[in-house]
Ligand binder design. Structure first.
Ligand code: TA6
Length: 302
């Protein structure tokens, strides 16, 4: 029975972090102001779709393990990025991987209900909140729409007077029954960089299944990818716009032991498919130009 009092948005503190819990007739979502990071997303009556570590730490200045961290203005190790992206960083230490915005509070622009749906908008203006070692004026925004599916729109506007080169990713952690039992549809024929074997360029044959640590950068990716989870009788469908690259990651046993905020067996129940603009698909923005990357996440019965 539809509850007329829905949707609801509640602001709360989880340890050191300001968060919002959103409840609609379709799902519940938790996110934090730090990094404008979604922490969890669970359609009613279903297993979670977005995975959050059982050992997650909610501390200022420390990225929470799980959810959908925003990697920007570079993805991964800056030194592994195209020269144009590296050239944007001027002086100072290179911060940990995945750029400079995961651990900063973004500004809440607004929370609006759109019928049964809820939209939250966050922004980070680097002109008024400079990023260390990255002296460029940009308006970064993340718009999150929660209705039958979860939609994230990451947009970057170059508000400076020189061209910008940026790599980025929505580093989505998905909850699955067992990494050894799922596979990913949609990548057949895509070139990929095998980062675990000297960054060799290879080509995907058929669906992607998992039997060891996986950390691949897929290129020329399609607009639709699907995690097929037979044990949980569902598929998680990712429909994207404004992205033609994606990172697929599971740490498996050994790397899991080296990860922070990560139980030794957590590798079995999670899979990252990261909607990205990396390598030959980076964002190149002329002064005044804006580009958006849209990710729609929907869970459907098999
Ligand atoms: O996206 C894959 C990856 O770059 C992996 O190599 C692993 O480092 C993962 O991101 C997690 O990175 P984090 O900095 O969040 O621990």
């Amino acid at each position: 029975m539809y509850d007329e009092t829905l949707p609801t948005v509640e602001q709360l503190e989880v340890d050191e972090l300001v968060c919002w819990r959103v409840h609609t007739r379709h799902a519940e979502m938790l996110m934090t102001q730090q990094g404008a990071q979604i922490l969890s997303y669970q359609p009613h009556g279903e297993e979670p779709v977005i995975w959050l570590s059982g050992q997650a730490a909610y501390q200022k200045g420390k990225a929470v393990r799980g959810g959908v961290p925003v990697c920007w203005p570079w993805f991964g190790d800056l030194r592994r990025n195209p020269a144009e992206v590296q050239g944007m960083h001027q002086g100072g230490p290179i911060s940990p991987a995945h750029g400079l915005v995961r651990e900063r509070d973004w500004t809440l622009l607004g929370i609006d209900s759109e019928g049964p749906a809820v939209r939250l908008e966050f922004a980070l203006d680097t002109a008024s909140e400079p990023l260390p070692g990255w002296p460029h004026d940009t308006e970064l925004k993340l718009s999150i729409l929660l209705d039958e599916r979860l939609q994230l729109t990451l947009s970057t506007r170059n508000t400076g007077d020189s061209p910008l080169a940026i790599s980025q990713a929505l580093h989505s952690y998905f909850a699955i029954s067992d990494i050894r039992e799922v596979d990913v549809e949609g990548l057949d024929g895509c070139p990929f960089i095998e980062t675990l074997e000297d960054w060799q360029l290879r080509k995907q044959q058929g669906n992607l299944a998992f039997s060891s640590e996986t950390d691949r950068i897929y290129l020329k990716t399609p607009s639709c990818m699907t995690i097929v989870d037979r044990a949980w009788k569902r598929r998680i469908q990712l429909d994207v716009e404004g992205s033609a690259s994606a990172v697929v990651w599971n740490p498996w046993i050994d790397k899991a032991r080296r990860l922070s905020q990560f139980a030794e067996d957590a590798w079995q129940g999670m899979l990252c498919i990261e909607t990205a603009r990396v390598m030959d698909d980076i964002l190149m923005l002329k002064p005044g130009e804006e580009q958006c990357m849209v990710l729609n996440i929907a869970s459907k019965p098999l």
